[in-house]
Design a protein around this ligand. Structure first.
Ligand code: SAJ
Length: 410
């Protein structure tokens, strides 16, 4: 089978490599010239566990190639970003990809959309674009389900959902995925598959909002939210998520808006989004109160971690951005460190420099590296504010505050 994968990002590239490893002839297409050049040198353009080895294997097998011109193929797999624009799914990049496919589409070709799209996008918008070519094509939606940090592992082992505009499209797509997926592949129609994907990420966002709301309530009541959640989760049917500094990533803070954009019924979903978007401001409010409490005349905040979650180099939609914006607005100087992120809109500094020059530390991302950091050696640090609750267990001598629990440690 000859497959063209359009979009070689966090999802497209590992998918292309897994298909190539399964023996398909795969062409990877992307508009980012830098990315293509790196791939031509056999280098992965971003960090992901197992990706360099997988890329190496398919380059040696000669089943994966990059291309700057989309060629005729049996299958076109589209994995481009679908950002949120004014709280609606922005399908601009999907339409551009479909436009390139139209130019080389032939009778019998299969077009698969992996990008997260709003419900009904396949039937109402993408299928008509392909129909206009007059070709007999098959169209399916197979939403990605992999989590950054374990992308390859999850792509191979997770169950998948395939929605087809016809049963034949779903069946052909399912057969293709089964060449590298060890989980179950379920077939349905495209609109159900679109809704499943948005439901999955909305489920997580709403549950995180609930944890963040419990955190705010716990502050008022005067209890430790982390302890309360851990104890509540001892109930056999309760699984409360974790509070944090806000919700980031390219999916969870974006996809729930796709429901809000198409339905007036999405009230809980909208409220959850608002709750999670407000957390960075609450974090900086607390930090400012603590700075005032300690009479720190010239505060310098060392911000630890900007990626949206631990041990990844991905800073898309990270809550760190709003936290830094809030610090800027309040004219509180800061120095930023992240062990994984190399490019960010704000200058990044080495950890030693941050620990030497800051007098307050704000831990935003729970990178494992911070579990080893010798905070106690830096006497210039007045207090540490941990938004992820990873430092308490270390028994540091430094004054430590944890999100939701602002009582000074004994
Ligand atoms: N977070 C919390 N509290 C929690 C869990 C997460 O504050 O209890 C925060 C994280 O710190 C992060 C954000 O939420 O900022 C999102 O992280 P995540 O680990 O929940 O999810 P992602 O964005 O890395 O990946 C999600 C996954 N979806 C679900 O778990 C339903 C993944 O399977 C999807 O493939 C991915 O979105 C996607 O691309 O859609």
């Amino acid at each position: 089978m000859h497959i063209s994968v359009i979009g070689l990002g966090y999802i497209g590239l590992p998918t292309a490599c897994l298909l190539a490893q399964a023996g398909h002839e795969v062409d990877g297409y992307d508009i980012d010239e830098n990315k293509l050049r790196l791939l031509e040198q056999g280098k992965a353009p971003f960090a992901e566990k197992g990706l360099p080895e997988l890329l190496d294997a398919v380059v040696k097998m000669k089943t994966f190639h990059v291309t700057r011109t989309l060629k005729k193929s049996d299958v076109f797999l589209i994995a481009v970003p679908t950002p949120d624009k004014d709280h609606k799914a922005d399908l601009r990049f999907v339409f551009q990809a479909v436009q390139s496919v139209r130019a080389v589409l032939e009778d019998g070709n299969l077009v698969i959309i992996e990008s997260t799209i709003a419900p009904r996008a396949c039937v109402d918008e993408i299928a008509p674009l392909l129909q206009a070519t007059g070709k007999k094509f098959l169209l399916a939606h197979c939403p990605e389900r992999a989590i950054p940090g374990s992308t390859i592992e999850e792509m191979v082992h997770n169950d998948r959902i395939v929605g087809g505009t016809t049963p034949q499209a779903a069946q052909k797509t399912a057969a293709l995925y089964k060449t590298f997926v060890q989980g179950h592949v379920y077939s349905t129609d495209t609109t159900t598959a679109e809704c499943c994907k948005v439901m999955e990420n909305t489920f997580r966002d709403v549950n995180i909002a609930l944890a963040n709301e419990f955190c705010a309530i716990s502050e008022e009541v005067g209890i430790d939210v982390w302890e309360a959640i851990a104890l509540a989760n001892k109930h056999p049917r309760v699984k409360i998520h974790q509070p944090g500094p806000g919700v980031g990533g390219h999916c969870i803070p974006v996809d729930p808006w796709f429901f809000v954009g198409i339905s007036k019924q999405a009230k809980l979903i909208k409220t959850a989004r608002t709750i999670n978007d407000n957390v960075p401001k609450r974090v900086v409010d607390h930090l400012e109160t603590l700075i005032a409490k300690y009479n720190i005349a010239k505060p310098v905040v060392g911000v630890l971690g900007v990626s949206y979650k631990k041990n990844v180099d991905d800073a898309r939609e990270t809550p760190a951005t709003e936290i830094l914006h809030q610090l800027e607005e309040r004219k509180i100087p800061f120095l930023v460190h992240d062990p994984f992120v190399t490019r960010f809109h704000t200058q990044l500094h080495p950890l030693d420099e941050v620990l030497d020059k800051a007098n307050v530390l704000l831990l935003v991302t729970d990178h494992d590296a911070y579990l080893q950091t010798p905070f106690d050696e830096h006497k210039n640090i007045v207090f540490i504010y941990d938004t992820r609750n990873i430092l308490r267990a270390r028994g540091l001598k430094a004054t430590l505050y944890t999100l939701g629990d602002h009582k000074e440690q004994a």
